[in-house]
Design a protein around this ligand. Sequence first.
Ligand code: ZN
Length: 492
Amino acid sequence: HAHLNMPASFAWARGLEARPVAVRFAPPTGSRWRVATQLVGTADPLTWAAPDLAYFMDSPTELSAFTLRDWTVAGPGGRTDTIRIALHHEGTDAELDAFADATRKVVAEQVGIFGETARFDHQVYTFLADYLPWASGDGMEHRNSTVVSASGSLAQDAEALLRTVSHEFFHGWNMERIRSAEIEPFDFTGANPSHTLWFGEGFTRYYDRLTIRRAGLLSDSAYAAMVADIVNAVVLAPGRRFFSPMEMSLQAPFVDAATSIDPSNQPNTFLSYYTWGAGIGLGLDLALRGGFEGKSLDGYMRAMWERFGRPARRYALRRPYTVTDLERTLGAYSGDTAFARDFFARYVRGRDAPDYAALLARAGMLLGPVRPRAAFAGALTLDADSAGATVSSATIAGTPLYAAGVERGDRIVSAGGAPVRSEADWQTLLAARAPGDEMPLVFQQRGREVRATLRLAVDPVLEVVPMELAGQRLSEAQRTFRAGWLGSRAER
Ligand SMILES: [Zn+2]
């Protein structure tokens, strides 16, 4: 196949950005390749058009013998949008049918939140999917399409692939049309830093899993485990000491794909705006549902859509938003500007973590330690070779290993008097100890031997468990709360 990512495939002339673009593709003779793209079709099936450079650059194009599935979504005012999956893979048609069915359910849940599709410019949205062993994994949102690629297959990885599909489709509203003023117009020659990726990516990350749950494709306990991942990341991350979600958003050019080989201390200084943003979305959703009759994050997203997102005409943006717009809309939607001001001060401009235990309790979900009796030293990754075990990634601030002075590049000699030659040795030593125990630790650091005492702590990792699975009874209020949060919103 030929898969064209336009900014990587075409050069352009400065000053001509506003001109319409036409491109004619020439597949190899004898191939059965067709064209899948959000570009605008013409009378010639190989010639495609764009209104200007920005739309052209935003229109990745797949030429291959892909398989197509499509369905329609009815909207208000008799509007109909067609959703298509153009899949290039080595699997079966039956696998694609099952995947298209799951995708259709998730799309319906997302449409239920906004009351309509993202009003695709030509009433068509296309998932351009390449699930091939030699493909690299990614998902990238575009205005009327997405590219989702993976080395895995529908047979093995349908759940993970559906999460990306769900994520990218939600971007049709949140990112493509509810759009930060900082990335509009997009500068193809610069980094386009934005303070709002905790919202654009993070809230999208929150909804990608939530709408799969609402579609009935995850159990409450499977969804609770995903909630626990978010809560653990936000509550335990040392990076929260240094930067707010707005500041983390500015680090995108250093962490999202454009990584460098230089060593950094990101495990201690960075918390992904995807995860943290999902944690803010979770906290806000539960706070709105618990504190404001009939309100939820769904309603807030719809208010953002109506104020800033829904385009008045083809290719247009309604009104790109600022952080102040996000805060004001929360005040207007909740009817409580003090709540909105406080929420943004603490969790968006500030670095607090919401009180997840109290928030989740309303939904009948228990937050508590997974291994309250396990000894904890902090994450330790070791590169083992014949000479011993070398610490291969940063130790985490706040953990016993960090307090003992262990750093990346150190060589662990012994712990508790026993040699440590591998991660397995290390885990065996820890398993025989309890929180509060002290363990002598010997390691080599920058050419000298260090003798320290490791004071083992309680494992801080948390789990989220539906009450009824912990042998407790769900109250009627909790049952209703959970149904409103995790129940279907799709129109059937
Ligand atoms: Zn995203």
